[in-house]
Design a protein around this ligand. Structure first.
Ligand code: SF4
Ligand code: SF4
Length: 61
């Protein structure tokens, strides 16, 4: 499975990752990204690619 880590300091709330995630597990809450269901992460790293600030990292465990 994959662990999705977000750096709230770096997140600018642009929503790019929310739109791009094929699993639909990212959302914005109060202008910051939040992971709704980490167990459903596909590990595709699309969120990492689209994030302009490098706020998300994916780790396979
Ligand atoms: S790695 Fe893919 S499935 Fe997982 S949170 Fe990022 S975009 Fe969504
Ligand atoms: S793409 Fe990056 S900066 Fe934009 S909402 Fe997602 S984590 Fe935050």
């Amino acid at each position: 499975m994959f662990v999705v880590t977000r750096d709230e300091e770096k997140c600018e709330g642009c929503g790019e990752c929310v739109e791009a995630c094929p699993a639909g597990i990212l959302e914005l809450v109060d202008g910051k990204v939040r992971i709704t269901d980490e167990t459903a992460c596909l590990g595709c790293e699309t969120c990492v690619t689209v994030c302009p600030t490098g706020a998300i990292t994916i780790q396979e465990v």
